[in-house]
Design a protein around this ligand. Structure first.
Ligand code: ADP
Ligand code: MG
Length: 750
């Protein structure tokens, strides 16, 4: 294998490098020591790379086969690309408007031709000498359009002939004569080509790279050793090598991540804090005594898990997941009351003002007048009038208010707690690990943390994204729920069905209930948002030509429907100010509006028990999870819900299948797994970062579930026996480097 022993002498020293014998590089060596100050500076600027490990972790995003050329006719304007092609013709033209020349080079990959242009202030004879017709080369640059033709202007290039000449002197160049050429994500300044050269140079000088995966594990799973994997990923002789390298690096990624998460979990538990247990005859007992219903079995189990966490002297770090209406708030409130019994306060953090206000209302109601008066649940958001805000701050710092509910305003420096014992975070998705940390620091001792999410999270994602948390799940809904009947309405096959849709809605309204009509767009020109959970799913909605249903037109159309004439219809969408939205929501909740014609803005924060009907238009425009979330807005009370999923998609199409699946089950966990399975690529995480804040490279949560689960077990075993990971230095360093990455990406954000 090429260069497996950087320090092995003759081959290396015989090269063009004058230095007598260079130190082997380690992952933590600076790029300055590896490549010199100039290149190091360029790499820092282009990618933020500082160390050899940073550079070697910049894996190729693809490989070009020398023999199979990249299709030139598929290059999109704006892309930074590297192509390998043959030079067909070259000519130099004098510019008419100013001094200088243009060299126009036509390259071909056999299928298509492509123009390269080079501008020069004077004659470019030297370039004509380099770029001779018949030569094959690699060309890197940005695709631009000029006079309707795609071209690369001033690309950087290397012809393979010149390379072969150099190869006689330069061992680094020899690497590039392999049949596979790595293609790196590049910038205009640092082309894939430059990157390859620098990575080759570094690979020549690295010795044995320490392996974070223990040897017995490596053998058991048939993995390459780390050094081999890194060499083969950057410089494979054949596809088999890069696939083997990728498999090893995927395993390594899962292993380091799980060890990092579980170590963080175990270190968090080792911190000392005050246990919070209910007192006999205290708030919690009084609350339980007046609760008008019995907890479901799942609620009981989750409550017990939380109580046992909080009774310990290490802080709780727990995720409580359960669908909207499954009774999470009651469970969380019981934890708050245990904290209040111990004299402490709870901060409840909501993603929006509307949700914060709703939490205040439902918590006040659940507490009943006596407990509410004593515990003084208080709203603290950025929008409060100054006087009210001052009062809220005062109640918070004095400890008078035992439950403080707010948005991220709670994170600001002006908010001080008397004794913060518990942090409850609703809708984790919008709060990062870092924000959790900020809140944590507000307690004199580390507070217990309970994260609530209404989005069912598939097991693999829970392990990856929330891998440092314990998980409690409420699966069943409280009995007495009437459920939701879901029906697919295929418009494409029968336009007359539309009349039936409005008739069904009118029937519900006639019973004194309310409803929603959801459209993907606000007006003919405005789509509300690209549904995040369609990312990665094949673009099957493209099958419907024609415009999308939009709020403006649908509302107008509905106002002309005789059966709907007696009812009050209003619009709700993201173009309205938040005050306007608030006002509309409030009057809907008060029963002053019968039907909201809305975009997905109703997805979060709406709790109107009297709402029983939902019509989703262009249902194929929404992803599985989004449809399920939307549907959760109806059937919240004791009346049964009805959800009509209207679609133009063809019977048998994937989109239609997806909608049918949603209609077929109400189990959000089943749908979440389905959603995951539908995505081919790993961008399921969307905006979610992996648990420690950096992006996953080889690991695909959609398909690597078994691997993640298996590695997590092994990681748990290791971390339990050796929380400091003292027995594996390479792993310890790999974890530290991962954390540095995440810190850096956090810094870059700000
Ligand atoms: P979540 O926070 O998970 O959306 P909530 O705690 O707000 O759910 O509960 C939804 C509704 O169900 C509330 O009105 C709550 O009082 C009621 N509820 C909660 N638990 C039960 C139960 N075990 N039996 C009956 N009703 C319940
Ligand atoms: Mg709730």
């Amino acid at each position: 294998m090429t260069g497996s022993s950087a320090a092995s002498g003759p081959e290396f020293d015989g090269g063009s490098l004058p230095a007598p014998r260079l130190q082997p590089l380690t992952p933590d060596s600076s790029l300055t020591s590896a490549l010199g100050a100039l290149k190091a500076k360029a790499l820092l600027k282009a990618f933020g790379f500082q160390t050899v490990n940073d550079l070697l972790s910049h894996y190729p995003r693809d490989y070009a086969d020398r023999e199979v050329l990249r299709p030139l006719n598929q290059l999109t304007p704006g892309a930074n690309i590297t192509v390998i092609a043959d030079i067909v013709s070259v000519r130099e033209k004098r510019m008419s408007s100013r001094p200088g020349t243009i060299v126009e080079v036509v390259i071909s990959d056999g299928g298509g031709e492509f123009l390269l242009t080079f501008f020069g202030k004077s004659s470019q004879q030297w370039r004509l000498d380099q770029l001779r017709p018949g030569l094959r080369g690699s060309f890197s640059g940005k695709v631009t359009t000029f006079q309707n033709r795609s071209q690369l202007a001033n690309p950087s290039y290397k012809t393979f002939e010149s390379e072969e000449e150099e190869a006689r002197d330069d061992p680094a160049v020899r690497l590039r004569h392999k049949p596979l050429i790595p293609i790196y994500a590049a910038t205009a300044a640092e082309t894939s080509w430059n990157l390859q050269t620098m990575i080759d140079q570094v690979l020549q000088r690295v010795g044995n790279l320490p392996d974070p995966v223990p040897q017995d594990m490596r053998i058991e799973h048939g993995l390459l050793d780390h050094t081999q994997a890194i060499r083969w990923i950057h410089s494979p002789d054949n596809p088999k090598q890069w696939k083997a390298a990728e498999e090893t690096l995927r395993f390594t990624e899962a292993w380091v991540l799980q060890c990092a998460l579980l170590q963080r979990h175990s270190l968090a538990r080792e911190r000392r804090t005050r246990p919070r247990v209910p007192t006999p005859g205290g708030y919690l007992e009084r609350f339980d005594a007046t609760l008008p219903f019995v907890l479901t079995v799942d609620q009981e189990i989750c409550a017990a898990e939380i109580a046992s966490d909080m009774a310990r002297s290490g802080p709780m770090n727990r995720l409580l997941q359960g669908e909207v209406g499954s009774g999470k708030t009651v469970v969380a409130l019981r934890a708050m009351l245990a904290v209040a019994d111990s004299g402490g306060q709870t901060a409840l953090l909501a993603p929006t003002e509307v949700l914060a206000a709703q939490h205040l209302r439902s918590i006040t109601t659940l507490l009943g007048p006596d407990l509410a008066a004593e515990l003084m649940p208080t709203l603290l958001t950025g929008k409060l009038p100054v006087a009210q805000k001052r009062k809220a701050l005062l109640r918070t710092v004095s400890g008078q208010s035992r439950i403080v509910i707010g948005t991220h305003a709670l994170l600001s420096d002006t908010v001080t707690f008397f004794d913060l014992g518990l942090i409850v975070i609703d809708e984790q998705h919008r709060f990062g690990v870092d924000q959790r940390e900020t809140l944590r620091l507000k307690g004199a001792q580390p507070p217990h943390v309970l994260v609530m999410t209404a989005t069912p999270i598939p097991r693999t994602i829970a392990m990856t994204v929330f891998g440092d948390l314990d998980v409690s799940t409420i699966r069943m809904l409280p009995s007495g729920r009437q459920g939701i009947r879901s029906v697919v309405v295929p418009m494409g096959e029968n336009g007359a069905l539309f009349g039936r849709v409005w008739a069904s809605l009118a029937q519900e309204l006639a019973l004194g209930r309310q409803g929603f009509v959801v459209c993907p767009a606000i007006s003919p020109a405005e789509i509300e948002e690209v549904p995040a959970d369609l990312v990665g799913i094949e673009p099957s909605h493209g099958e419907k030509a024609g415009p999308l249903f939009n709020v403006d037109e649908v509302l107008e159309g509905m106002r002309g429907v005789p059966t709907l004439a007696p009812y009050r219809l209003e619009a709700l969408h993201g173009r309205m100010t938040s005050d306007e939205k608030d006002r509309i929501m409030r009057s809907f909740a008060a029963g002053e509006i019968d039907v909201l014609v809305a975009t997905t803005v109703i997805e979060v924060g709406v709790d109107v028990p009297n709402a029983s009907a939902m019509v989703v238009l262009d249902a194929d425009r929404f992803g599985v999870s989004q449809l399920h979330q939307l549907r959760g807005r109806v059937g919240r009370g004791s009346v049964p819900g009805l959800c009509l999923l209207v679609t133009n998609s063809r019977a048998g199409s994937p989109a239609r299948q997806r909608i049918g699946d949603v209609a077929a089950t109400l189990d959000g966990f089943v749908l979440a797994e389905l959603d995951l399975a539908l995505r081919r690529e790993g961008n399921v995480l969307g905006d979610l970062q992996s648990g420690d804040g950096s992006k996953l490279r080889f690991l695909r949560v959609a398909v690597d579930g078994d691997l993640i689960a298996e590695v997590r077990r092994a990681a748990f075993h290791l971390v339990t026996g050796d929380p400091g990971i003292r027995t594996n230095e390479a792993l310890r360093n790999a974890i530290a480097r991962r954390l540095n990455d995440s810190e850096r990406s956090w810094l870059n954000k700000g």
